[in-house]
Design a protein around this ligand. Structure first.
Ligand code: IMP
Ligand code: MG
Length: 174
């Protein structure tokens, strides 16, 4: 069994400051319009909880569960909707929230799926935009941090379900 070490990338304080900025930007852009935040479980649960509390507009929250990864660290590219949106989103201003964009397949495919339900507007937010393995272009309208590569855990992000509870973001290294 390989030993993995964690190297801190962003501290709790750095994340909090960045999430505050994103919330401020969203509040400004939506100018008191009512937003429906749709978070992709499980990874987005921490980011979305903090983001929602930094948005000054009226805000509804919903979660979906889609699976494309299993316990591997490489995306399979197949989107499997395990739990769908429960709020009506037709005519609504929706922000799709994910933890990290890697190949871009998850966010791209699910964004297309939501678009078919005719929201008034549809934007995306991701805590991390990881650029090295992008296969599908997807606009990240509200991005916390850009990183090149590496496997990141903490603040909701997992490796085989572990480390989601860490309050910082860490690079997992062998
Ligand atoms: P994509 O479809 O390749 O963009 O993968 C997106 C999903 O893969 C994210 O929502 C994460 O759940 C997972 N993922 C991708 N990279 C990482 C990482 O570095 N750490 C933890 N999860 C990741
Ligand atoms: Mg994950």
């Amino acid at each position: 069994m390989k030993t993995m070490t964690k190297k801190e990338l962003f501290s709790q304080q750095e994340i909090a400051a960045r999430v505050r900025e994103l919330g401020y930007q969203i509040s400004k852009d939506y100018n008191d319009r009512r937003i429906v935040l749709v978070g992709i479980l499980k990874g987005a649960f921490v980011f979305m909880a903090d983001l929602a509390r930094n948005i000054a507009c009226p805000c509804l929250v919903d979660f979906v569960r889609i699976s494309s990864y299993g316990n591997q660290t490489v995306s399979s590219g197949n989107l499997d909707i395990i739990m769908d949106v429960s709020l009506p989103i037709e005519g609504k201003d929706v922000i799709l929230v994910d933890d990290i964009v890697d190949t871009g397949l998850t966010l791209h495919q699910f964004r297309e799926y939501l678009k078919d339900r005719n929201p008034n507007s549809l934007k995306t937010a991701a805590l991390i935009d990881k650029t090295a393995r992008r296969e599908k272009f997807v606009e990240v309208d509200y991005c916390g941090f850009k990183v090149e590569d590496g496997f990141i855990v903490g603040y909701g992000l997992d490796c085989a379900e572990e480390f989601r509870n860490l309050d910082g973001l860490y690079l997992l290294e062998e």
